[in-house]
Design a protein around this ligand. Structure first.
Ligand SMILES: CC(C)(COP(=O)(O)OP(=O)(O)OC[C@H]1O[C@@H](n2cnc3c(N)ncnc32)[C@H](O)[C@@H]1OP(=O)(O)O)[C@@H](O)C(=O)NCCC(=O)NCCS
Length: 258
């Protein structure tokens, strides 16, 4: 009995120490301030006819014109993706935009701060499943700079910032209706639908969520906590062709019911 209580005490202590260590990692990541300063090669983007400059920012220091700019860019890019949910989502996004923990990367047409912004990344360091992660809240580019490699470049930078800050993964949320973004992350950047995404947590749910949580995991400890398990299965379709299809562990019951 005494041994059991001692063991529980030790376990509790270990859990508390681990949580403290994770909080310290997140605190250290914020303490850096300007995350771009470690990656000078990413200060300029000069490819595919674009000549752009990157700078860091924070949610607590946004000027009124920048807030208005972000709101209108979000409206242009996202209103139709959210449909009826937009008016509620817009309010949530307004709050997230100015959160003191929000870190920004602004993309400008000139190095000078008076020149127009053409895109923003809004990210935070946070804790998911007892792991320190970099969560991308927004990656928004103006239509005229899309499809020119800039999004991929920015996500490479985000992954470098996450690694340097000792994060276990990069995570983000994508609306299912945003097919171009889904393809961009899943097919091009090799993100995965996370184990904690609603479709994996409760695949048989009637009230299907309108979004997926995606992740790219950097270490072995984080994999079982964030990545969904994938099995490959041989199928024979009506024309007798063999297809090798992926099924995720949490989806196997739904798959067999179909
Ligand atoms: C989604 C977004 C960030 C992608 O950035 P981008 O600069 O347009 O994409 P890139 O030019 O870097 O594309 C990188 C790769 O993805 C591919 N890709 C980009 N958009 C794609 C699409 N709609 N369908 C298929 N592939 C696509 C490109 O062909 C490219 O492939 P390659 O490396 O083989 O050449 C950008 O288009 C955007 O801001 N969209 C509106 C806002 C939005 O939806 N944000 C995401 C919310 S979660």
């Amino acid at each position: 009995m005494a041994d059991g209580s001692k063991e529980r005490k030790i376990k509790r202590k270990e859990i508390l120490e681990r949580r403290k260590a994770i909080n310290e990692v997140v605190k250290a990541a914020y303490a850096v301030g300007d995350h771009l300063s470690s990656f000078p090669a990413f200060l300029k983007y000069q490819r595919n006819g674009l000549s752009l400059f990157l700078e860091s920012g924070s949610g607590s220091g946004l000027s009124i014109p920048i807030k208005q700019y972000i709101q209108s860019l979000l409206k242009v890019n996202m209103e139709k993706r959210y449909g009826n949910e937009w008016s509620t989502e817009e309010k949530v996004k307004r709050r997230e935009m100015v959160d003191p923990e929000a870190c920004y990367i602004f993309i400008r047409e000139e190095e000078n701060q008076t020149h127009p912004i053409v895109g923003v990344v809004n990210y935070r360091f946070t804790i998911e499943e007892d792991l320190p992660v970099l969560y991308v809240y927004e990656l928004q580019l103006e239509p005229h700079v899309q499809g020119k490699g800039l999004g991929k470049f920015l996500m490479q930078l985000i992954e470098l910032i996450a690694l340097k800050s000792k994060m276990a993964a990069v995570m983000l949320t994508v609306q299912k209706s945003n097919e171009p973004a889904m393809k961009f992350y899943l097919c091009k950047l090799r993100y995965q639908i996370s184990k904690i995404s609603p479709s994996k947590v409760d695949p048989l749910s009637e009230a299907e969520a309108s979004y997926e949580i995606l992740c790219k995991v950097f270490n072995a400890e984080a994999k079982p906590k964030l990545e969904a398990e994938v099995y490959w299965i041989r199928l024979q379709n009506r024309t007798k062709r063999i297809i090798i299809a992926p099924i995720w562990a949490d989806e196997r019951f739904r798959f067999f019911l179909l």
